[in-house]
Write a protein that binds this ligand. Sequence first.
Ligand SMILES: [Zn+2]
Length: 72
Amino acid sequence: MDQLDFYNDLKFCHHCDQYVRYLMSMEHSYCVACGNKVRLFSESDWSAFNETMANKRPKGGRPRKKNAAESA
Ligand SMILES: [Zn+2]
């Protein structure tokens, strides 16, 4: 569970090329070190995060647009 705290406190700054502390504004977050916008994850971590979310996404339940792709 330490990972969650890590991601809550830090965001990824491409300028610094590392996870940094950040300042939050209305729409974006900014690196405290260089002032550039930061992201929640680095590129690689973002991919991993999305894959994790896709795997965890419950299947079944309500039918979605998936039918359009399968009907061909
Ligand atoms: Zn920075």
